[in-house]
Write a protein of this length. Structure first.
Length: 99
């Protein structure tokens, strides 16, 4: 049976060839690059999500005097979802606007 020597079990940590100031600058540069990469991916994801949402979104317009219902899916604590309504109203629109 083979057993490794103690020298083979030690962690191989490279010796720093740069001073601490240079290491800090390198770390800052890598962090800036990582931040830019994450921001770019975030913007790309946001645009894709907006495109997906807009595919099924409907343009709605309301004129002053229209009667509408308000959708509010928040449930009251302790009551069964089955017996609570998500829609409240009707309410009368006071100003004209587009959704």
């Amino acid at each position: 049976m083979f057993t490794p020597a103690n020298e083979n079990l030690r962690a191989k940590v490279p010796k720093p060839t740069q001073g601490p100031e240079q290491q800090i600058e390198n770390l800052k540069a890598r962090l800036r690059q990582a931040y830019k990469s994450v921001a770019k991916a975030n913007n790309k994801s946001r645009a894709a999500n907006k495109q997906r949402y807009d595919r099924h979104a409907k343009l709605r317009s309301f004129i002053a005097g229209d009667h509408v219902y308000l959708y509010n899916p928040v449930r009251k604590q302790g009551l069964s979802k089955k017996f609570q309504f998500s829609w409240t109203g009707p309410f009368q629109v006071r100003l004209s606007f587009l959704i």
